[in-house]
Write a protein that binds this ligand. Structure first.
Ligand code: FAD
Length: 464
């Protein structure tokens, strides 16, 4: 073990909780959005199995000034979990217990390393579910979701993952264990430390336990897809559905190019046209909501609106939508898709931001597929660039940045759900202003005076 982290030997951890092997360090050098060549290896990987383990590691690392970067499933897209300053990669995956299910209170206590889908499996027998999960809910952890302030397809109806967080236990960089929030559904007691931890990307505290609120599974779940001839009609239909209060649980837009990508690499069999996928949740009267939606879509020249007979009828299409991000790279093997954009704008600006992205694509002859959690005003897009041509890469990056700038000008955000990590740092001050960023830095200094927890993320990171 390198001299810098030799103190780990004194903490009473088991041999299999610490590794300096090249394979383990390489595994923790990058996340999903970081190419292998851009990864940074930690000096050591540590797998805590309890809150006490996390506290012991953080206290000692803080005393020795050694960086600690929490690492969960590594599905972040902006380098959020990459240990840019080396040190310890703190792998949270072994803290994956379901501690307690309290069906009468609609609550579950879980360890941070549990996958989102595993929470749902654990509470399903009580007829309950955790409604809001990211599309990556089967491959990412509750701790990672809260740290990145993740959301997903059902956010349009149920809010973000963190809207279901009641209470969180977390370890501060100096090793103190704090509990924030309450098991009551509301509290006005003190500063809201719970929401400070949310979205802090592992830079302020390490989450060691979460109490999540649950909800009864709806009796009726029906899904469908609407085909449009024009992308603008599809986008306007989404805006109108949300504005009119159609009670959708999911409403996702897929442009023609994304449909082609899904057909080529996910064998989706989609028609060659812009589409909106929808899902409705209700305990009774779902048909009335579907009819309302149909009326709204008809006002925007929907070509066909097909609704499945039951929940399973849309299963394959939702799986395809979930996997779309993974199909981007193989679609054009000779090109490189830039990190998926994640801008989010007020819903009335949603058609406009898509139009802007498409216009830029046409003007500069760039392939820009657009899809995303449309009902939230969330647009995922990528720009394909020729990696062998620096001018083409620079052009793609500039176009991608212009879409982000436009979203911010519209009062939106550079990232609706993926977080800042390394990739979006240039936009933090543009979005919030220097004074707000200074306030964020002051919070960071107050909680992490030695700057040991996930340094270089959110601000002051290396250029990416
Ligand atoms: C195919 C695909 C689809 C995706 N779809 C969505 C989507 O629909 N919505 C969405 O929001 N995101 C999406 N993402 C991004 C990503 O999956 C989410 O941000 C996810 O929540 C990250 O969780 P993770 O367990 O992989 O965390 P990691 O990537 O391992 O870590 C995420 C961040 O949290 C920190 N961290 C991890 N555990 C803890 C802890 N216990 N305490 C404190 N900090 C911690 C890390 O340091 C890092 O900064 C997608 C990614 C992929 C690959």
């Amino acid at each position: 073990m390198s001299h810098a982290v030799a103190f780990l030997d004194e903490l009473g951890l088991a041999d299999d909780q610490i590794s300096t092997t090249s394979a383990d360090r390489t595994d923790h050098a990058h996340d999903w959005g970081t190419p292998r060549e851009d990864g940074v290896e930690p000096d050591v990987v540590v797998w805590p199995e309890s809150t006490a383990d996390v506290a012991a590691v953080l206290r000692a690392a803080n005393d020795h000034g050694v960086p600690v970067t929490p690492y969960a499933a590594g599905t972040s897209l902006e380098g959020n979990a990459v240990p840019v300053a080396g040190g310890i990669s703190l792998d949270m995956n072994r803290m994956d217990a379901v501690h307690d299910v309290r069906p009468d209170d609609l609550q579950v206590d879980v360890g941070p390393g549990i996958l989102g889908s595993e929470v749902n499996e654990a509470v399903a027998r009580h007829g309950l579910f955790l409604p809001s999960l990211p599309s990556s809910g089967k491959i990412s952890t509750i701790g990672g979701m809260l740290a990145n302030d993740a959301s997903g397809m059902k956010t349009v109806r149920y809010g973000e993952v963190s809207d279901w967080l009641l209470e969180v236990e977390a370890v501060l960089p100096t090793g103190e264990v704090v509990t924030a929030g309450s098991k009551a559904v509301k509290t006005s007691s003190g500063y809201n430390l719970r929401d400070l931890v949310v979205g802090s990307e592992g830079t302020l505290a390490v989450i060691t336990r979460a109490t999540m609120r649950l909800r009864g599974r709806p009796e009726q779940i029906r899904g469908g897809r609407a085909l449009f001839d024009e992308l603008d009609d599809a986008a306007q239909a989404v805006f109108d559905a949300v504005r009119s209060g159609v009670d959708v649980a999911k409403i996702e837009l897929i442009d023609r190019l994304s449909a082609e990508i899904a057909n080529d690499h996910l064998d989706a069999g989609l028609p060659d046209t812009p589409m909106v996928f929808v899902e409705f949740h209700a305990n009774h009267g779902v048909e009335a909501e579907i009819d309302f939606c149909r009326t709204v879509f008809e006002a925007h020249d929907v070509r066909r609106f097909e609704v499945a007979d039951d929940e399973s009828g849309m299963h394959d299409l939702w799986e395809m939508r979930r996997e779309l991000a993974e199909a981007l790279a193989p679609y054009r093997p000779e090109m490189k898709p830039l990190t998926p954009g994640d801008v989010t704008v007020p819903i009335s600006d949603y058609p406009g931001i898509i139009d802007y992205a498409k216009e830029l694509g046409e003007k500069h002859d760039l392939l820009i597929p657009c899809f995303g959690h449309a009902g939230d005003g969330n647009l995922h897009y990528t720009v394909y660039v020729d990696p062998t041509d620096p001018d083409h890469v620079a052009l793609g990056e500039e176009v991608s940045a212009r879409i982000v700038d436009r979203a911010i000008e519209l009062g939106g955000t550079s990232t609706g759900e993926h977080g800042i990590g390394l990739g979006k740092q240039t936009y933090v001050a543009k979005e919030h202003g220097e004074a707000a960023v200074d306030a964020m830095r002051a919070v960071k200094r107050a909680l992490d005076p030695n700057g040991v927890l996930n340094p270089g993320k959110v601000f002051d990171g290396p250029e990416r």
